[in-house]
Structure formats: C-alpha cells, structure tokens
Design a protein around this ligand. Structure first.
Ligand code: PLP
Length: 302
C-alpha cells in the first residue's frame, strides 16, 4: 500500500505531513468552504456538480480558490488517480475539498492583501458500516432543540465547515436515543435538514422535501429529483412541519456517503407502519442500478 497523498497549495504531500498555519482563516475565523464527493466503483460521482457548488459557496463567501473550476477538477482527478491503487475493488472513497481564504488574523477585520487561499484535496476510505442497518430497518429521526440558523444569518446553501451548530444538534438527539439522527427545525418550526443530509417524506406516493430556503442544495437531493422523474413519482419542495412527518407513509434522508437513509421513527412515533416503505426501496434500487453498486451490500460488507 502506498502513502495517502493530499493536495495542499500546489503540492502533493503525505496526509500525515500536510500542515496549515495556525493563523489560517480556517482556525482564526472558522471560514472554510467545503465539499464532500464520493466514488461509486471507484468513479467520482457528480464531481463537477460538487465543484460547481463549491464555486457558488466561494462566491457567496467572497473569497476564491485561486484557480478555475476546470483546474480544480483536474487536480482532484489527479489526487484520486494517485490514491486509487490503495482501494480494493468493492471499496470506495470520500473526496474532500476544503478551501479557506488563507492567513487572516481578525485584527482589522480586513483580509491581508498578501493572503493566498488554502486549498486542500483529500481522499479517505469510505466506511459505510454505521449506516448498514438503517437501510434495512430505518433510523430514528429526532428534532433537537438547537435550530438551524436562518438564511438571513448564514445561508444554508453555502457548504461550510462550521459544524458547531450541527454537532450540538446531533449530540442533543443522541441523549434521547444513542442511534438517533437529527432532523433540525428552522426558527419558525419548519423542517430543514440533518447535520449532513437532506430530508424527504412520502405521502400517498408523492414525495415532498423542504426547499433550499433553509437547507443545503444537496447533490444527493438533486439525484432524488432525477430518479423521481425517471420513476414517474410526483415530487415537490414545500414547507413542512413535524405534523407532516408523523402523518407520512415513509421518510428518508439523503447524503453523499449513504445516498439514502430510510427513517422509520420520528420523535418516538412510528412513521407509517414503522418499516422501510416501498417508494424508499424503489429509490434505493434505482440508485444502486444507476451507479452499478448495491448500496445495502456495500454497507454490509464494510
Ligand atoms: C448540512 C448538510 N445538509 C445536506 C447535506 C447533503 O448534501 P449532499 O447530498 O451534497 O452530500 C450535507 C452534506 O454534507 C450537509 O452537510
């Protein structure tokens, strides 16, 4: 096995030797724009869509990566090419991008003129074992008392590494049930998202999901819209309340690592009959077929 190499500011370095300054804006300001892509059968999935979202996040955050989206895509494929031989057939990888404004100590509030962005590209083995049982029996979605920040404060579409809020929310729901998954509400009480995933409901064969007013425009979420269209399932974005979860037939989360995570319980109440429902199963099967990887089997083999 060869060393895991990461890209850091123009160089390929072994992951355990990659270092950034303690004065980097990532640390001094908590300002990191990020992306997480995964591979399916070693092929990066929708990499360009992730990179395009990264560039939108950077534009909204008002700093840049010091390179074009084409250049970042090429560098990303290069990092993956270098590390891919470490991945056995049947296993897959995360591909993580972190971009910061570079050195920025918040004295005057102004970014120093000489500051250059810090750009990191990292690949890591994707361990899906945590989610394996959820594909079969579903997870318990629980609403924490921490609410998602309003878009007027920090737009949820800016995918960033400030995970304080989400981590607090997740630790709150784990007090209720150690395996619970957070389903955050916004400050008006509407459903938003999970610490790392979007949320969907199925009621009378129709799919509903919160709009991106209060959640990330997930790439997996976009895939659900695509699959729903292919499967001829009605799907819409709308405002949703806890009542809608309690009265739904099925529910699931979506996110890059696990794609679809069924939810069969909400705040202690069964969703539908408490089993993973037929529409969720249909979507899981369609996703597996689309990427040529059986999602459940892969998670169970980890
Ligand atoms: C807060 C949040 N919501 C939703 C998602 C799901 O997005 P994607 O499907 O692009 O992984 C993520 C992914 O990390 C996230 O961090």
């Amino acid at each position: 096995m060869s060393e895991n190499l990461v890209y850091l500011n123009g160089e390929y370095v072994p992951a355990n030797e990659a270092k950034i300054s303690i004065f980097d804006g990532a640390i001094s300001l908590g300002m990191t724009v990020t992306e997480s892509t995964r591979t399916f059968a070693h092929q990066p999935y929708r990499l360009r869509d992730h990179i395009n979202r990264l560039f939108l996040s950077l534009k909204a955050a008002r700093f840049d990566a010091g390179m074009t989206a084409d250049e970042l895509e090429q560098l990303t494929l290069e990092v993956w090419k270098k590390n891919e031989p470490n991945y056995a057939p049947g296993t897959d990888a995360w591909i993580i991008h972190n971009v910061t404004p570079g050195t920025w100590v918040p004295s005057s509030g102004q970014k120093p003129a000489e500051s250059k962005p810090t750009v990191m590209i990292v690949t890591l083995p994707l361990d899906l074992s945590y989610w394996a049982d959820f594909y079969r029996v579903g997870c318990h979605a629980v609403t924490p008392f921490t609410r998602i920040q309003p878009a007027q404060s920090l737009d949820a579409r800016i995918k960033n590494r400030s995970r304080f809020l989400y981590t607090l929310a997740e630790s709150e729901v784990k007090l209720i049930d150690p395996m619970a998954q957070s389903l955050l509400l916004d400050t008006d009480g509407f459903l938003s998202e999970n610490k790392g995933g979007n949320f969907f409901l199925v009621t009378s064969n129709s799919i509903r999901t919160p709009s991106t007013i209060n959640c990330l425009d997930g790439i997996s979420r976009q895939t659900i819209f695509l699959l729903a269209e292919q499967l001829d399932l009605p799907i819409e974005e709308c405002r949703l309340l806890p009542y809608d979860v309690i009265t739904a037939d099925e529910a699931f989360f979506t996110s890059t690592p696990y794609s679809i995570m069924p939810a069969t319980k909400f705040n202690g109440t069964k969703i539908g009959d408490g089993q993973v429902g037929p529409i969720t199963k249909k979507l899981l099967a369609a996703w597996s077929e689309m990427v040529g990887v059986d999602l459940l089997k892969q998670a169970q083999s980890d």
